[in-house]
Design a protein. Structure first.
Lengths: 375, 434, 85
C-alpha cells in the first residue's frame, strides 16, 4: 500500500515517545503526532518512580522487564533525565503490614528481584525522618526515580536522530483505516497507527474502557538528604486497588534537586484539573502522619494529573480488534513511566513479528472485546 | 504545630498599601466589619513602606482612619490559597489564618520588572525599589556610590531618597528616550501636584548625571558588585560603584485575582466603574487594575471600599478624579515602553531564571513558557515565575501559564488545613451596613 | 536611645538598630544570603518578599525570607547553600 510511514504514533507522552523510539531503532519509518509538545500531558504530572510491582503476575512481568530496560539504558540518559537508582522502601506501619512485607519479600525473592526486609531499627537507620513506631519495611534497591518530561524528550530526540518525524501542536480528529486525520483537515497515511494517547485514547478509538483517575502531587523547596529512597506505604496497594472510591496513600520521593515530591491520591469521576482542596488535605495529612517534619517544609507547587486507568489495571498493548491498522499502547494508570520501555518493546515485537521477551496475552486489547460495544 | 485563627468579616482587603488602606478605611466607615491583610510587618505597602525613621505622613493619616473605622489589621499574613469561594487561607509566623468574607477587595499592588543582563545576579545588584526598601529596613547607604538604572518615575524617587540618606548617585540611566520623557513631562502640566513633585525631584537631583536612552550592559565583580558598564548615547563606559539599583518599571501582582477567577485582560484585572471584577463579590483597586501611582490607587481604593460598603453614591463622587488620574496612568504606560535593545542584553550564559539557574541560551530554544518550564525548570522555583516570568515575556514573548495554588510557597501543614464549616458572623451591627 | 540588637551572621557579630531586617544585617556583615543551585552567591533583589534571593537559615530553620523578618537578639543566621538546605 502507498503509505508515507510505517507507523504513525499518536501521543508523544512517555509511552508514545518510547514506542516511536523503538520503531525507529528497528528501522521503521515513524511519525509522531501530538496536540502539544512531547511529555507535556500526563507524563509531565507523573512522579517518575521506576518500580517493580507485585500486584499481579502480569504487572510484575511488565514492570520488572521495563525496570531492567531502564537500567540498561541508564548510561545513555542525559543528565536532565535525573535518573537516580535510589530504590524503594515499602513502609510497614503495623504487624499486618509487616506480614505483607514478608509476602512481598518472598514474591520478589522467587522471581530474582533483590529485596531486603527491614526491621524497625534498620528502617530508622535508612530513613530517620519517618515517625517512630514504624514496624519496618522492605528495601528494593533496584528501583529508581527520574524526571519524566526530560525522559520523554530524550526518547523523542533519539527517535528523531534515527529519522522519525514529528508533528507537534496539531490536533487529531480521527484515526483508523491506515489514516490519522488532523484537525486542519490534512491526513497522514501509515501502515500502522499506534494510539498512545493516554486518557484521550477513547476519543480516538471509541469503546476503549479507559477512565481518568485524577491524582495530586506537591513539591517542596530543597531539603537535601531528608529522604533517601522513594517511600511508599503498604496501604498504597489498597489505594491503587480500589476501583470506586477516592483514596490517598503516603508516597514521598527525593528528587535529585533535593526537593521532595509528595503524593499520592486517586479519584474517579473528577474531570476538572484544578486541585481539590479536600483531597490535598487528606493526602498531606497522611504524609505528615508518616513523616511529621514534612509539615514544616515549604510547598512550592501543587499540581494534578490524570492517569489512564483500565478495569483490570493492566495496559492495552497490541492490535485493536476493531481495525486492522490500529494498535494500542495506552491505559498505563500509575505505571506509565516505568513500563514505557517494556510497552515499546512488546508492541514493536508484535508489529514486526518478532518474539516478545515476556508473555503478551494479559495486555492484548482483544481481552476486553467482551466490553467492546459494537457501533 | 500550627494553630488556625478563624475570622469572619464582611469585607476582607488583601494588601495594605495606599489602595488597600483607602479601601479598608472607606468600607469600615460604611459600617462593614473589615479585615486588612498584608504580608509585611507594617501597613504601607511598597510606596509607603514605613522605615526605621517612621511612616510617611499620608500613610499616617490613613492609618488613623483605619483605627477609627475599627479595621482589624492582620500584618505578617501571606494569603496563599482560596480553597472554596468566600474563604482565604493565609500563612502567619506560627499559625494559619482562615478568613471568611462576603466581599473581597484585592489591593495586591505591583512588583518591579527585572530584566537580565550579564552580572545581574551579583550581590548588591538590586531593584530600584529593592534598594530603597533595604535602606528603609536599616541599610546604611551613607557615602556609598550608587548607580540607578532602568525605567520609570520610580527611578527619580529612589535616587532622591537614596541621596537624602547620604548615597552618592554616580549616575541615573533611564532607558527611555529624551523625546519620550519630554512628552511625558509636558503631559504632567495637567497634573499640578505631579508637576510640582517632578520639579522638586529635578531640583534635588540637579547635580546627578542623568542620561536618557541609557541602560546597564553588564555588572562586574568577583563575589559582589564592583563596577557597571553602561551604554549612553551609543557609547559604553564602566563606572565603579557599591550598589546598582535597577528596575524596569512595574508589573501588576494579579496572581490572587487570577486564583479567585477574576478575568485578567491585557495583563490587568478587569474591573467596572465600581472597581468590581468579573467575580461579583470581588473588587480590585490600585496597580493590579493598571499601573497609575499613589493618587490613582487611593481613589480606586476608596471607590472599591465604598462600593463594597454599599455606598455607591459616595463612590460615584470620586469618578471624575479617577478619570483624570487614569489619563496620567495611560501617559505613564506610554512613556516608559521598553526598547528592543534590552532584549539583546543577556549573553548566552546569563542566568534568566534565578531560582533554578537556567541560562538564556538554554531557554531561547523553546517555543513557549510551559515547554521551557517542564524541560528546564525555569519558573518552577520559589518565586513561582514572578521574576523570570515578566523577563521571559519580554525576551521571548512567551505567555504565562494559568495560576495555581499555593500562590506563595507555604508550609505543608498550612496547605493541609481543612476548611472549617461556615458559622454565622457575630451579630453586632456596625452603623448601617446591611 | 533604643539599644542595638545583637545577632550573628555566619558567626560574624553584627549590631543593628531595632527595626532592621535580617537581610540588611547580612548585607552589613558582608555575607551572601544564599548560594544558588550552580554555586553563585546571591543577595536581596526585590526587597519585598517575592524574589526569594534573600533566603537564609535562621536559628536552624531554612528558607527564611530575611527581607521580611526583623532582627531579634541572639539570632544565629547562616547563608543557605544547596548542600545544607
Amino acid at each position: 500500500m502507498n503509505a508515507a510511514y510505517d507507523v504513525a504514533v499518536v501521543g508523544a507522552g512517555i509511552v508514545g515517545a518510547a514506542c516511536a523510539y523503538e520503531c525507529a531503532r528497528r528501522g521503521l519509518k515513524v511519525i509522531m503526532v501530538d496536540r502539544d509538545n512531547t511529555g507535556s500531558g500526563t507524563t509531565a504530572a507523573g512522579m517518575g518512580h521506576i518500580v517493580t510491582m507485585d500486584d499481579s503476575e502480569a504487572q510484575f512481568a511488565l514492570t520488572r522487564y521495563s525496570q531492567r530496560l531502564w537500567q540498561e539504558l541508564r548510561p545513555e540518559l542525559p543528565n536532565d533525565v535525573e535518573y537516580e537508582p535510589c530504590g524503594t522502601v515499602w513502609v510497614a506501619a503495623d504487624d499486618e503490614e509487616m506480614q505483607e512485607v514478608a509476602h512481598k519479600s518472598t514474591y520478589y525473592g522467587e522471581r530474582g528481584v533483590t529485596a531486603h526486609v527491614l526491621d524497625e531499627k534498620q528502617l530508622r537507620t535508612l530513613e530517620p525522618n519517618l515517625r517512630s513506631g514504624m514496624k519496618g519495611g522492605l528495601l528494593v534497591p533496584e528501583d529508581g526515580v527520574l524526571y519524566p518530561p526530560c525522559a520523554a524528550r530524550f526518547f523523542t530526540e533519539s527517535a528523531q536522530k534515527l529519522g522519525a518525524k514529528t508533528e507537534f501542536g496539531v490536533s487529531v480528529s480521527q484515526i483508523g483505516e491506515n489514516r490519522v486525520a488532523l484537525g486542519d483537515g490534512s491526513e497522514i497515511r501509515a501502515r500502522f497507527v499506534v494510539n498512545a494517547a493516554g486518557t484521550s485514547a477513547p476519543d480516538l478509538t471509541p469503546g476503549l474502557a479507559i477512565k481518568k483517575r485524577k491524582g495530586h502531587l506537591v513539591i517542596t523547596e530543597r531539603y537535601p538528604g531528608f529522604v533517601r529512597h522513594q517511600l511508599v506505604e503498604l496501604g498504597y496497594l489498597k489505594s491503587a486497588h480500589s476501583v470506586t472510591s477516592d483514596s490517598v496513600a503516603f508516597n514521598v520521593q527525593p528528587r535529585r534537586t533535593g526537593q521532595l515530591l509528595i503524593g499520592s491520591s486517586r479519584q474517579y469521576g473528577a474531570e476538572h484539573k484544578e486541585a481539590d482542596h479536600h483531597m490535598l488535605v487528606r493526602m498531606l495529612q497522611r504524609a505528615q502522619e508518616y513523616m511529621p517534619a514534612l509539615g514544616q517544609m515549604l510547598a512550592v507547587r501543587v499540581w494534578t494529573g490524570f492517569r489512564a486507568a483500565t478495569p483490570d489495571k493492566l495496559p492495552l498493548i497490541g492490535p485493536w480488534p476493531g481495525d486492522k491498522s490500529v494498535w494500542l499502547a495506552a491505559g498505563h494508570e500509575g505505571l506509565g513511566i516505568t513500563t514505557s520501555l517494556g510497552t515499546a518493546r512488546i508492541l514493536v515485537d508484535q508489529l514486526t513479528g518478532a518474539k516478545p521477551e515476556i508473555p503478551i496475552e494479559p495486555y492484548l486489547p482483544s481481552r476486553s472485546t467482551q466490553e467492546h460495544v459494537h457501533a | 504545630m500550627d494553630s488556625i485563627a478563624r475570622q469572619n468579616f464582611d469585607v476582607v482587603v488583601v494588601g495594605a498599601g495606599p489602595a488597600g488602606m483607602a479601601a479598608a478605611a472607606r468600607a469600615g466607615e460604611s459600617g462593614a466589619s473589615v479585615g486588612l491583610v498584608d504580608d509585611n510587618f507594617n501597613p504601607g505597602g511598597q510606596i509607603w513602606r514605613a522605615g526605621i525613621e517612621g511612616s510617611n505622613p499620608q500613610a499616617t493619616e490613613w492609618i488613623k482612619r483605619l483605627q477609627v473605622a475599627q479595621v482589624v489589621k492582620l500584618c505578617d499574613v501571606r494569603i496563599f490559597h482560596q480553597p472554596e469561594a468566600g474563604v482565604l487561607l493565609g500563612e502567619a509566623k506560627n499559625e494559619i489564618c482562615e478568613l471568611r468574607y462576603d466581599k473581597l477587595i484585592l489591593a495586591t499592588g505591583a512588583r518591579e520588572r527585572f530584566l537580565p543582563f550579564p552580572g545581574w545576579t551579583l550581590p548588591n545588584v538590586m531593584g530600584a525599589g529593592g534598594l530603597q526598601a533595604m535602606v528603609k529596613s536599616g541599610l546604611n547607604i551613607h557615602g556609598k556610590r550608587v548607580i540607578v538604572a532602568g525605567t520609570g518615575p520610580l527611578l527619580l524617587a529612589v535616587a532622591a531618597y537614596l541621596r537624602k540618606h547620604g548615597a552618592k548617585i554616580a549616575t541615573l540611566c533611564e532607558q527611555t528616550s529624551w523625546s519620550s520623557l519630554a512628552r511625558f513631562g509636558l503631559g504632567l502640566t495637567a497634573y499640578p501636584s505631579k508637576m510640582a513633585e517632578g520639579l522638586r525631584l529635578k531640583k534635588e537631583l540637579a547635580d546627578v548625571p542623568f542620561a536618557s536612552s541609557s541602560w546597564p550592559v553588564a555588572a562586574h565583580g568577583k563575589d559582589v558588585l564592583e563596577e557597571v558598564t553602561i551604554s549612553r548615547g551609543g557609547k559604553v563606559e564602566t563606572v565603579a560603584c557599591d550598589y546598582l539599583a535597577c528596575g524596569f518599571h512595574l508589573v501588576p501582582n494579579t496572581e490572587l485575582a487570577a486564583l479567585v477567577n477574576c478575568r485578567i485582560e491585557n495583563d490587568y484585572v478587569r474591573v467596572d466603574d465600581f472597581q468590581q471584577t468579573t467575580v461579583p463579590e470581588v473588587f480590585c483597586a490600585g496597580e493590579p487594575t493598571g499601573i497609575g501611582g499613589v493618587e490613582l490607587a487611593l481613589i480606586e481604593g476608596q471607590i472599591a471600599g465604598l462600593a463594597a460598603g454599599r455606598r455607591p453614591a459616595q463612590a460615584r463622587e470620586l469618578f471624575p478624579m479617577r478619570r483624570k488620574l487614569k489619563k496620567f496612568a495611560a501617559a505613564l504606560e506610554d512613556a516608559f515602553q521598553l526598547r528592543s535593545e534590552l532584549r539583546d542584553l543577556p549573553s548566552a550564559d546569563t542566568v534568566v531564571c534565578r531560582c533554578e539557574d537556567v541560562t538564556y541560551s538554554r531557554l531561547r530554544s523553546y517555543p513557549d513558557w510551559r515547554t521551557a518550564k517542564l524541560q528546564t525548570r525555569c519558573g518552577m522555583g520559589s518565586c513561582q515565575g514572578r521574576v523570570c516570568g515578566p523577563a521571559t515575556r519580554f525576551l521571548f514573548k512567551w505567555k504565562p501559564d494559568s495560576v495555581r495554588p499555593p500562590i506563595f510557597p507555604v508550609r505543608v501543614e498550612g496547605l493541609a488545613m481543612a476548611v472549617s464549616p461556615a458559622e454565622p458572623k457575630p451579630q453586632e451591627i456596625k452603623g448601617g451596613y446591611q | 536611645m533604643p539599644s542595638l540588637v545583637a545577632l550573628t551572621v555566619n558567626g560574624v557579630s553584627v549590631e543593628v538598630a531595632p527595626g532592621t531586617t535580617v537581610a540588611v544585617a547580612a548585607m552589613q556583615a558582608g555575607q551572601a544570603c544564599r548560594i544558588s543551585v550552580t554555586g553563585t552567591p546571591r543577595g536581596p533583589l526585590c526587597g519585598m518578599g517575592i524574589c526569594f534571593e534573600c533566603r537564609m537559615t535562621i536559628n536552624g530553620i531554612s528558607h527564611c525570607r530575611t527581607c521580611q523578618i526583623l532582627c531579634e537578639s541572639g539570632m544565629e543566621v547562616t547563608t543557605m547553600s544547596i548542600n545544607n538546605g
